[in-house]
Structure formats: structure tokens, C-alpha cells
Ligand binder design. Structure first.
Ligand SMILES: CC(C)(COP(=O)(O)OP(=O)(O)OC[C@H]1O[C@@H](n2cnc3c(N)ncnc32)[C@H](O)[C@@H]1OP(=O)(O)O)[C@@H](O)C(=O)NCCC(=O)NCCS
Length: 174
């Protein structure tokens, strides 16, 4: 994986970097901000910081990929692919991601996801799966552009703020 990229003017301010110990607090803050939007993630707020720290440490010990989007030293996005540990399923990873509102729609999500997918494929992950709310237009568009295919829909899977939402199950095979 390249440690960062500077190859077009729009992206000059951003770098894709590993979520190292010193970036966990920043990751926690952006996760919390996206969760509190109440639209895109199943979480409505981030777990406590210490819980997040423990979770990331464990994730990294199990061959997962956790990347951060850095803007001038601040984490403004993340993409993780958690590798399944159960025998028979270690070729499978689950992808999750999010960007701070101001960083969306600039092509950064695509590049972050591509970097994560490339890195886990090199480690032998052959199937990457994810769940996305059907109302998440940008999310669905991004995953389709990346080649993810819909495998199923959980109908009316969430009822929140007076509205039902379906959950789309998608997967990408290498
Ligand atoms: C979903 C998310 C990660 C996408 O990242 P992004 O940086 O905004 O998306 P990009 O700018 O990289 O766009 C990727 C592709 O999706 C398309 N796209 C992006 N936003 C779109 C929108 N609102 N409507 C239609 N297409 C859209 C782009 O045209 C682009 O396709 P292209 O490369 O062929 O031009 C980002 O919007 C986000 O963090 N949203 C909130 C959190 C979230 O939804 N997380 C995912 C939960 S499953």
C-alpha cells in the first residue's frame, strides 16, 4: 500500500494512512460524528474511547486492515476490513467506512476503499462483504462502482426517527 497520495490537485490536502495508536482518538471522533448523523451507520454514537481502542488493537492483531484519511493531522475518515477468524471463513472480510461530512463527494471514499481492498486482497481475503442502508445513495453508488454485487435485502430492517430503511447485503469477490 502506498503511504499517501498527492497525484491530483483536489486531493493535495489528504493522505491515506494506517490507523496507528496515535490516530485512534481521531478515528473515534469521526466515527462518533458520522454515527450521530443517525442515517448511515447502525451505531447512533461511538462506543467509549477505551472500548474503541481495545477493539482496534484486537482488530489489527487478527490481520485486519484499518486505514484512516488524514487531513492536516486530523482523521476525517476511515475504512476497515475485519477478517473473519472462524475456520472455513478466513478468506472473508467485512468492510466498514465513513467520512466526515465535508470530505464527501470528492472521490476520497473511493480511493480509501480501493486502498483497503487492495491491501486485504494481498493478504488472501477473497470475499469482502458489507451492509449498507438502502437510503444511502452515495454508499450504494460507491460500492457498485467498486464492483460490489447485491446478494440480498433485509426489508424494513431498521425503524428510526419515524422511518423504515432496508439493509442491502453486498459482496465483492476477487
Ligand atoms: C459513502 C461514502 C463513504 C462515499 O464516499 P465519498 O467520498 O463521498 O464518495 P466518492 O466521492 O468517492 O464517490 C464514489 C462514487 O460514488 C458516486 N457518488 C458519490 N456520492 C453520490 C451521490 N450522492 N449520489 C450518486 N452517486 C454518488 C460518485 O459519482 C463516485 O462514482 P465515480 O467514481 O464513478 O464518479 C461517504 O459519502 C460517507 O462517508 N458517507 C457517510 C457515511 C457512510 O455512508 N458510510 C458507509 C456506511 S455503509
Amino acid at each position: 500500500m502506498r503511504p499517501g497520495w498527492y497525484d491530483d490537485a483536489m486531493s493535495d490536502a489528504y493522505r491515506i494512512v494506517p490507523t496507528t495508536e496515535d490516530r485512534i482518538e481521531g478515528f473515534h471522533a469521526v466515527l462518533d460524528a458520522v454515527a450521530r448523523e443517525r442515517r448511515y451507520l447502525a451505531l447512533l454514537e461511538a462506543p467509549p474511547l477505551e472500548e474503541t481502542r481495545t477493539f482496534i488493537r484486537k482488530l489489527l492483531q487478527t490481520g485486519a486492515q484499518h486505514l484512516a484519511l488524514d487531513e492536516a493531522g486530523h482523521v476525517v475518515g476511515w475504512c476497515d476490513v475485519a477478517r473473519w477468524q472462524r475456520p472455513g471463513f478466513t478468506h472473508v472480510g467485512s468492510l466498514g467506512m465513513g467520512l466526515a461530512a465535508h470530505a464527501r463527494g470528492l472521490g476520497l471514499g473511493r480511493r480509501l476503499a480501493e486502498a483497503s481492498i487492495g491491501a486485504v486482497r494481498e493478504r488472501g481475503v477473497e470475499r469482502i462483504e458489507l451492509e449498507v442502508f438502502a437510503s444511502n445513495t452515495a454508499g450504494c453508488a460507491l460500492y457498485e462502482r467498486l464492483g460490489f454485487v447485491t446478494e440480498g435485502v433485509k426489508r424494513r430492517a431498521r425503524f428510526l426517527d419515524g422511518r423504515y430503511d432496508d439493509i442491502v447485503l453486498m459482496a465483492l469477490m476477487s
